[in-house]
Design a protein around this ligand. Structure first.
Ligand SMILES: [Zn+2]
Length: 773
């Protein structure tokens, strides 16, 4: 194949040098970026025995013990002296500082950290101090014997938000206590202070409740787990391996204490009224009945079986919450409230009678009534509830805090109603989504949330007034666990994106700077390595995108890496990339089908894997098109979906353009009349998503976009039984015509057939990529 490409005259530099206003702080390498930092001359040498002046108050002592432990792999020993004595390092109390704020002064003579008596600021000052030290002090394999040199600096710092959270979902897949503790350690390093522990779900109940032993005897086991993606295989595949796990109350106490020693509050989540399969499998009498057998679920979906709002259920939930409240000192108790189908309640005599008695107009109001009642109980114990944004439906409980996950709308609405809000919109905060091209990534739930999209998130919506914005107490990264079966994979999804989130949570927007962040992160990977964290390495790889450049009339492939101070080398249709390949300076133009391979280098050495992407060039590429009806989903990130030069593949639904309706007409404007004799495109078959191929294709052409002439049509009947998501390529030839406008009319494939998901529902079409030859 002949390849035509050239490098555009380079009149701009490839990588910005990161000359942000806070770039002068790059040498300090602190994540999250402190809000006030003044470089000073000189350095402090930490070696041998040092005195630390610290108050004997419990909170200050906690910080001292943490600090002492953090230096255990070094030759430094710390001797505690009273606050009145002169010391090498002083932990001072200054009650004029707000909660969690601190000052850190490092000079060549001594080190002083100050905070108010809550000592959280002391703890964060210690974290910043530790980040000023070489990351080798974290190397557990080898003792750090050298002097520890700490650059002189004055830091005045305080967090942007009081709520800085991360969620771990152990309901779907249990993770061992050791991984929970390790994660708490890592959260603490980046100054997060709320650990949202998602303890119950359809696939498992993970906390011992003494009053209801069957919750763990039955609810913490499942017989197997689906293989692969929830909507990928038909029928579902299973691994046949039993899975189980829960935390005893002693282990929970240990986790809570460990977190508290790191100034982290553990917020437990007990899901209700939905996501209750594991509880209902243990105690079926809590359901609406309806003759069902309840099981701990072995695949991932939203299930119709939910708690029935009867007195026995409330007795049960109050019994569970009483033990939970005793175990967790957290002011907040998360009660879920999301994804609760109303099917069972609609059929249940008790539920219908209850609605009548309470004057509830629909099942949404019944859910609201349910949450109100639970809130009253939790409030009676001196605590407040958090719920997912569905708790807005049917009316918010009076003191509820809303966790906004289906975008920011729920959070905006709750703030306007003067309720506290934690922003966790899926497209910015769900770090179980893909962070790199799904073509290379290990299986994730879907979506696409790269490092920079997390970093640039601002949790205060501009729609809100400053008074309303004040109700947004913070933001949180969520690591849902459907596809996360091991600690290693949990870490892969959480890191390094959690570090980007820490800066969203801590650093004032005027102090955030992506190029400064990636520079600091580049150094921080070393510390993550010493801490044994299996972080994703996409940071050191090339991400390839392609798009039609309208002003230059060429198709351009752009190569980017997050890693600063590097070179990108690339090849075309050659999988061997080296430092003698093409050096990337500007977007690469393509005029024919090609696969581009690329890798990141520094000082002549590769830093990460070779990545690649295929691009399809044809007469349609880059041309505009119109769809009637418009697509229901066109979730591409770059280019224009149907003609963007990037063919859709089965694993990534975002690449496909999805249509509903009996007939779809797609008219592509080729810009000028050209000879055409063939059209090619593909359908995606994914029955879980109601995606089925079309039943008929008709092609017509026009030179003026008004009068169309048919050039042929073809009916399709699919005699197939695929067992996994399948891409169906279609190629249709016709006698050559000259045309500017080409219209493809597609007849919908009809109802989803019996024996498949969603049988009897109207199917939808998913199409990509339209090609003309
Ligand atoms: Zn019921």
């Amino acid at each position: 194949m002949k390849i035509a490409y050239w490098i555009l005259a380079a009149s701009f530099t490839l990588l910005s040098c990161g000359e942000g206003h806070n770039d002068g702080m790059k040498d300090y390498g602190i994540i999250p970026m402190p809000n006030g930092i003044v470089p000073e001359q000189g350095k402090y040498i930490l070696q041998g025995e040092k005195t630390v002046a610290v108050s004997s108050e419990e909170l200050s002592m906690k910080v001292f013990q943490y600090f002492e432990n953090a230096l255990k792999n070094t030759s430094v020993t710390l001797k505690r002296v009273s606050l009145t004595e002169q010391a090498d390092i002083s932990f001072l109390i200054n009650d004029t500082l707000p909660d969690e704020a601190y000052t850190l002064e490092v000079s060549s003579h001594n080190i002083k950290i100050s905070s108010n008596a809550s000592a959280a600021g002391l703890f964060y000052g210690v974290q910043s101090l530790l980040q000023l030290m070489p990351s080798e002090i974290y190397d557990t394999q080898q003792k750090y014997e050298s002097n520890i040199e700490i650059p002189a600096v004055n830091i005045t710092d305080a967090p942007r938000f009081p709520y800085r959270g991360a969620m771990m979902d152990v309901g779907r897949n249990f993770l061992p206590k050791e991984e929970v503790l390790k994660f708490l350690d890592l959260m603490a390093m980046y100054k997060l202070n709320k650990f949202h522990f998602h303890l119950t779900d359809d696939q498992g109940w993970r906390i011992e409740i003494k009053k209801y032993p069957k919750l763990t005897e039955i609810g913490s086991h499942r017989k197997q787990t689906q293989v692969g993606h929830c909507d990928y295989y038909y029928p579902r595949r299973f691994d046949g391996k039993e899975k189980e796990g829960y935390y005893t109350q002693d282990e929970i106490r240990e986790i809570v204490k460990y977190a508290s020693d790191r100034f982290i509050t553990v917020i437990p989540e007990i899901e209700m009224p939905g996501h209750a399969s594991a509880a209902l499998a243990s105690y079926p009498e809590l359901s609406c009945g309806l003759g069902k057998t309840y099981v701990v679920r072995d695949y991932f979906d939203v299930f119709d079986e939910v708690y029935c709002p009867k007195e026995g259920t409330f007795d049960f939930l109050e019994g569970v919450l009483t033990e939970v409240i005793d175990l967790f000192p957290s002011h907040y108790i998360h009660i879920g409230g999301d994804e609760c189908p109303k099917k069972a309640w609609k059929k249940c005599d008790h539920c219908q009678a209850l609605m009548k008695r309470e004057g509830l107009k629909d099942e949404e109001s019944l859910q609201s009534w349910f949450i109100h009642r639970i809130e009253q109980f939790v409030n009676s114990k001196g605590r407040d509830i958090i719920g997912w944004d569905e708790i807005l439906e049917g009316g918010l409980a009076p003191n509820a805090t809303v966790m906004s996950w289906r975008g920011e709308e729920g959070g905006i609405e709750a703030a306007r109603q003067k309720h506290k809000v934690i922003m966790t919109p899926g497209d910015k905060c769900y770090i179980d989504h893909y962070q790199e091209s799904p073509e290379f990534a290990p299986l994730a739930i879907g979506g696409f949330l790269p490092l920079d999209s997390v970093y640039t998130y601002n949790p205060l919506p501009v729609e809100l007034t400053p008074e309303e914005q004040a109700y947004i107490i913070g933001t949180q990264a969520n690591v849902w666990g459907e596809y996360i079966q091991t600690p290693e994979y949990f870490e892969y999804m959480a890191f390094p994106r959690l570090l980007a989130m820490s800066e969203v949570q801590w650093t004032q927007p005027e102090n955030k700077n992506l190029s400064s962040f990636v520079r600091r992160l580049d150094g921080e990977f070393k510390r993550l390595d010493y801490c044994g964290v299996n972080a994703c390495r996409n940071f050191y790889e090339v991400n390839l995108t392609g798009a039609w450049n309208d002003s230059r009339h060429v198709y351009e492939v752009t190569l980017k890496t997050f890693c600063p101070d590097t070179e990108i080398y690339y090849t075309i249709n050659d999988s061997v990339v080296s430092s003698s390949s093409n050096l990337y300076k500007a977007p690469v133009s393509l005029s024919e089908d090609a696969t581009v391979y690329a890798a990141v280098y520094r000082d002549g050495k590769p830093l990460g894997r070779i990545t690649h992407k295929g691009f399809a060039m044809n007469k349609a590429t880059g041309n505009p098109y119109e769809c009637v009806p418009p697509p229901v989903a066109e979730k591409v990130n770059e280019g224009i979906g149907l003609t963007d030069g990037i063919p859709g593949y089965t694993r990534d639904l975002r690449r496909w353009v999805i249509f509903r309706g009996d007939t779809v007409r797609i008219t592509v404007d080729l810009g000028k009349a050209v000879p055409v004799n063939r059209v090619a495109f593909a359908f995606l078959w994914r029955p879980f998503d109601t995606l089925w191929p079309a039943s008929k294709l008709s092609v017509s052409v026009s030179t003026d976009s008004k009068t169309f002439t048919s050039v042929g049509s073809k009916e399709y009947s699919y005699d197939f039984t695929p067992t996994e998501a399948t891409r169906f390529p279609v190629s249709y030839s016709f006698p050559e015509v000259t045309a500017r406008y080409i219209c493809l009319e597609l007849l919908n494939g009809g109802l989803c057939p019996e024996g498949y998901y969603h049988a009897g529902q109207q199917s939808r079409l998913a199409i990509d990529e339209i090609e003309f030859y």
